[in-house]
Design a binder for this molecule. Structure first.
Ligand SMILES: [Cu+2]
Length: 487
């Protein structure tokens, strides 16, 4: 960002006085300099475009400051945290995070906060971009079925968090009541090809991570900062698969990344990319060539990167168990031509077998995990099976069961799989080593033994057998038990 032409109000008059003196000595008058952004006049009225994540409203570009009407509706509504896990979210605009608000320095924002009549609780809003008591919270406290109006002038450029500040504050934030408001500098931000809106949040449920059903908020876990879920954009998978954000090779991407908390600080990182520029903490300080940027709870960062090669780039909180075990994982899918000068791709894959390498076991506590509720129908078996596949098998056998040439055999249309069900069960239970031939290709590698319950093995294999052109068998826990007990 270019240096702001307005003198931040907090530096105040003493600095301005000195500045004026210096200018006087040099006999140069500044062409146009408001003594403070407070004095920027507004020219007309307009309605703010609000967007739900991961979308961002259009740039303010060269428009002058306006009276900007923001209409925001609070909705308390049930949503899905992850497959089979429901949660009642409290939202600004029906999404977590809430609608993105894009303003320009000097705008006079007239904020209309509406609390839907079906809601159960009063709420309010504290916008970190507001200069005034409670960031607006004191003037915006609104009961269900009411609308509050207050206004403020945006004086400082940057990316700011807003959140509900109604007691118990932590609970309102933990239920999803946060979002971002951008204040663009006079000249706007430099043009980029793609812009996205991402916010991390931590969630606390009565049940453990993955326990199905409607999960109430757990106050004690929140106080203890023991999050069950840490996610981007309100739920596990909000930015993966078909929901991934996208770009084309050669494009510049700007990410507006916030952290609603309520508790955890984010070590935001994109696997396989380097941030070309970061507006540190959403302010004017610019850092370059950053691997991981810290985003405090109640803070934000503007991240810019150019994508040079195609692929799936994984967005994570690099406090890495949060990414792979609690949900803080998203995807930036980049399409376009390979650029081997930048990245060669795999050149070789040689088998490396240290002496004594047999079948390795995943470390485990010894006990066989039991899934909470056994699948009741084929539909459920498929659904639970897919979850296990995506958590356990995906890394090697890949999303569509296509495998990886010379390393991991395909499960899609695998003649080896389809020929012998008991053998397949045995492989998942005990692992596999030694040469095998799958669809005419030889593999001689190691599959580690998987620590799964009979039920989980049944579900995942049913999913595999009923996907990607395989022979459509249903595997039951009884069949798995037979193989486990050596028939
Ligand atoms: Cu609230």
């Amino acid at each position: 960002m270019k240096a702001n032409r307005f003198i931040p109000k907090k530096i105040g008059l003493p600095v301005l006085g000195l500045f004026g003196l210096l200018l006087a000595c040099k006999q140069e008058a500044p062409e146009k300099l408001y003594t403070s952004s407070m004095e920027i006049p507004v020219s007309a009225e307009m309605k703010a475009v609000l967007t739900s994540p991961p979308n961002v409203p259009p740039p303010t570009a060269k428009r002058s400051a306006k009276k900007l009407i923001v209409d925001m509706e609070i909705l308390e509504q049930e949503g899905e945290m992850t497959n089979g896990v429901k949660y009642v979210y409290w939202t600004f605009g029906g999404t977590v995070p809430g609608s993105f608000i894009r303003t320009k320095i000097g705008d006079e924002v007239e904020f209309h906060l509406k609390n839907h009549p079906d809601n159960k609780l009063p709420h309010n809003i504290d916008l970190h971009a507001v200069t005034g008591p409670g960031g607006g919270a004191e003037s915006s406290f609104v009961a269900p079925g009411h609308e509050k109006v207050f206004s403020f002038k945006v004086l400082n450029p940057g990316l700011y968090v807003y959140h509900c500040a109604t007691a118990p504050v932590g609970m309102h934030i933990a239920n999803g009541m946060y979002g971002l408001i951008l204040v663009e500098p006079e000249e706007g931000l430099p043009e980029v090809d793609k812009e996205y809106y991402i916010m991390q949040g931590d969630f606390y449920t009565k049940g453990a991570n993955g326990d199905r059903g409607l999960q109430p908020f757990d106050m004690q876990k929140a106080v203890d900062e023991k999050a069950d879920y840490v996610v981007f954009n309100g739920k596990v998978g909000a930015l993966t698969g078909d929901n991934a954000i996208t770009a084309n090779v050669g494009e510049t991407v700007r990410l507006y990344v916030g952290n609603g908390g309520p508790n955890l600080v984010s070590s935001f990182h994109v696997i396989g990319e380097i941030f070309d520029r970061v507006h540190v903490e959403g302010g004017n300080l610019m850092n370059e060539n950053v691997q991981t940027t810290l985003i405090p709870a109640g803070g934000a960062a503007i991240i810019e990167l150019k994508v040079e090669v195609p692929g799936s780039f994984i967005l994570v909180d690099h406090s890495i168990f949060r990414a792979f075990n609690k949900g803080a994982l998203g995807m930036l899918k980049v399409q376009g031509d390979e650029n081997e000068a930048v990245y060669s791709g795999e050149l070789r894959d040689d088998i490396y077998l240290p002496e004594g390498g047999g079948i390795q076991k995943m470390p485990s506590t010894g006990e066989v995990p039991e899934s909470e509720i056994p699948a009741k129908s084929m539909v459920e078996r498929m659904e639970f099976g897919k979850q296990i596949y995506m958590q356990t098998c995906f890394a090697c056998h890949q999303a569509e069961g296509q495998g990886i040439p010379n390393a991991f055999p395909p499960l899609a249309q695998s003649d080896y799989l389809n020929a012998d069900v008991d053998r397949a069960i045995d492989i998942v239970l005990h692992g596999k080593t030694g040469e095998i031939t799958v669809n005419g290709q030889k593999y001689n590698s190691i599959m580690t033994s998987q620590t799964l319950s009979d039920d989980e093995v049944a579900n995942v294999l049913t999913y595999v057998y009923n996907s990607w052109g395989n022979s459509k068998k249903e595997i039951t826990p009884a069949m798995v038990q037979k193989v486990r007990n050596g028939k």
